[in-house]
Design a protein around this ligand. Structure first.
Ligand code: ATP
Length: 250
């Protein structure tokens, strides 16, 4: 069997007396979409922050792309191919969609900031940025200012920016938040298409999206992973239904 792309074992994180991550283990295989679900305050963001290197676990270990990254800082994990959308990227509202992705490609290339004029003149950067926009279905909006994009399109743009570094694993923090049903359906289709490019760990409250996309789901409640399995296994798990899902996915 292939080695997991990401494997976290026995993570523990305390905030004072609060056990926000209680001995959690989680894996993501290459090309897998693994969803992390749970009620508000369950510890999803705290867990993902330890995976990215924003937070240091009190104990436990994290392997990514064949290396122990537990003690590596965020930027070193990014270099190994770990990208977090909506956190490491910031859309510049007065720039076009294409300029935004081109700047992200340039940043991932390891260049310090150059003038936008350079980015606009650099054919390779722009070609690469166009491919990024295409991957998220935003090619027709390349010359549109980011501020004129719809909420859903801005989210697509953020994902295109996260893809600029050609990550092996994309961590997505509530990408469907604030979207209407049509927009979130479009994003589901787009994320499904991205599976061939990278694995994904998806935090999401929209259960329709989670059950449509995930190969595997882990359920966190009060910092503990109470279940992990295929969507069918999670749907049929009595403990999960009682603790979280209720009749939502009946
Ligand atoms: N920096 C911090 N200091 C103290 N407590 C924190 C800190 N960050 C998170 N917490 C607490 O840890 C618990 C888990 O929070 P976390 O944000 O990880 O949950 P979540 O599952 O992501 O919630 P949501 O779905 O609402 O985003 C909560 O009780 C929260 O108040």
């Amino acid at each position: 069997m292939a080695e997991p792309l990401l494997s976290a074992q026995g993570l523990v994180k305390r905030f004072g007396g609060l056990l926000a991550t209680d001995n959690v283990s989680i894996e993501v295989m290459p090309g897998e979409i693994h969803a992390l679900i749970g009620p508000n305050g369950a510890g999803k963001t705290t867990l993902v922050s330890q995976l990215t290197g924003n937070l240091r676990p009190d104990s436990g270990s994290i392997r990514f792309a064949g290396r122990d990254v537990t003690r590596l800082p965020l930027h070193a994990r990014v270099r190994l191919g770990l990208a977090r959308s909506f956190q490491i990227t910031a859309v510049l509202r007065d720039f076009t969609a294409l300029d935004n992705v081109a700047l992200a490609v340039q940043a991932h290339d390891g260049h310090s900031f150059r003038f936008l004029a350079d980015v606009r003149a650099d054919r390779r950067l722009r070609d690469s940025a166009r491919r990024g926009l295409e991957a998220v279905g935003l090619q027709a909006r390349a010359e549109t200012l980011a501020s004129a994009l719809s909420h859903g399109e801005q989210r697509q743009l953020e994902i295109a920016m996260a893809l600029a570094g050609e990550p092996r694993l994309l961590l997505l923090d509530e990408p469907m938040a604030g979207m209407g049903p049509e927009e979130s359906q479009r994003l589901v289709g787009m994320l499904r298409n991205l599976k061939s490019r990278c694995g994904m760990l998806l935090i999401e409250h929209d259960m329709d999206a989670v059950f449509a996309l995930a190969d595997r789901i882990t359920v966190l409640v009060y910092g503990r992973a109470i279940a992990s399995g295929t969507p069918d296994q999670i749907r049929g798990n009595a403990q999960v239904r009682q603790a979280y899902l209720g009749e939502e996915v009946a």
